[in-house]
Design a binder for this molecule. Structure first.
Ligand code: DAH
Length: 341
């Protein structure tokens, strides 16, 4: 019996050497290792062997089976490799040609601008906070000193949800209340970036979704000069060391006094061009001293604490910086646009 098994082994191995492709290999396997092959059958029929011989024969048959399986694997590998190299020889492939460059992805221009803004504010000691995109009317408006029916609500066309009082935030300003309530009465220096939504006609100048970066500093003795100095420092870091800024009086319900900051047009250096509409200045953000009512809503005593806040649009900044004349490009997913940055 043991000799019979050895013969099976020798024949099988010598036949394996002669296999030359997948097909002959498959045939070999079914002859020597499939369920009906003599080897496997002998294992299955061990019960017919005299009990005292069983262990030795079983062990021997199993060893041969392992040897054959191993040899089969090797032969498969060998054949596969040799077919691949033969195939290469028979094609016109010129392996000396330089490879095609891989199309690498990149960060979206809005993300790049956001990250630049984060870095600048982080360097100036501001922490980066996130607050939610789905807000309550209370946080988005009321606690920011914009009561129901206040005409200033016209500035923020709103997406409502099916739940009354729950809306998509129209600006990042409600983050101010979250940040204040989480920190009062400690001083705060944070920025709050994120997506905002407005129910507007989409045009070259307005989108229904866009990013904002809100900023908030609260403490004792914070004054309007701190606001001007800090924001001017930001503008210099963002647009270049010699950038000039100017502040124009404005109105926001959550700040008093309020202003808008312009930077000297960095495309024409103030000479007047198409982008700055010949004025030499570009508006980049709204700002002001936090309104006492808002401080109170955030948990700060307005007689003791003061602070400034600002809100800027990174897409708008990118548009100005790169002369992009249509905001719809940002979320249009056109690679011809995206690949330019
Ligand atoms: N939330 C304002 C807007 O969406 C921008 C803004 C203006 C934010 C003044 C501020 C601020 O924090 O002080 O138009």
């Amino acid at each position: 019996m043991l000799e019979a098994l050895d013969t099976i082994k020798t024949t099988a191995l010598s036949e394996l050497k002669k296999t030359s492709d997948k097909e002959t290999l498959r045939l070999w396997y079914s002859t020597h290792l499939s369920k009906n092959s003599p080897l496997i059958e002998s294992l299955r029929n061990l019960s017919n062997v005299a009990p005292k011989d069983r262990p030795a024969i079983g062990k021997h048959a199993n060893q041969i089976r392992n040897i054959l399986e191993e040899a089969y694997k090797e032969q498969t590998h060998y054949l596969h490799k040799s077919t691949a190299s033969t195939r290469q020889k028979h094609t016109d492939l010129d392996i000396t040609l330089p490879g095609r460059s891989v199309n690498r992805g990149r960060l979206h221009i809005a993300t790049q601008t956001l990250r630049r803004i984060y870095t600048i504010w982080a360097d100036m000691g501001f922490q980066i906070y996130r607050s939610r995109e789905i807000e309550t009317d209370e946080l988005n408006f009321e606690l920011l000193n914009i009561p129901l029916h206040h005409p200033a609500r016209d500035m923020w066309d709103t997406f409502h949800t099916n739940t009354p009082g729950v809306i998509l935030r129209t600006h990042t300003s409600p983050g101010q209340i979250h940040a204040m309530r989480a920190n009062a009465p400690d001083p705060i220096r944070v920025i709050l970036p994120g997506m905002c939504y407005r129910y507007e006609q989409i045009t070259a100048r307005s989108e229904i979704q866009f990013n904002q970066v809100e900023g908030l500093a609260i403490g004792t003795n914070i004054r309007f000069t701190d606001l001007k100095g800090t924001l001017t420092d930001f503008a210099r870091r963002m647009f270049g060391n010699s950038t000039r800024t100017r502040f124009r009086a404005s109105h926001f319900p959550f700040t008093e006094p309020s202003a808008e900051m312009d930077v000297e047009c960095f495309l024409c250096s103030g000479e007047g061009c198409r982008v700055c509409k010949k004025t030499g200045w570009l508006e980049i953000l709204g700002c002001g001293m936090v309104h006492p009512a808002v401080l109170t809503n955030g948990g700060y005593e307005p007689n003791k604490y003061t602070g400034f806040a600002f809100g800027m649009g990174p897409e708008r900044i990118a548009m100005l910086k790169y002369g992009i004349d249509d905001i719809r490009h940002f979320w249009g997913n056109d690679l011809r646009f995206l690949e330019q940055f």
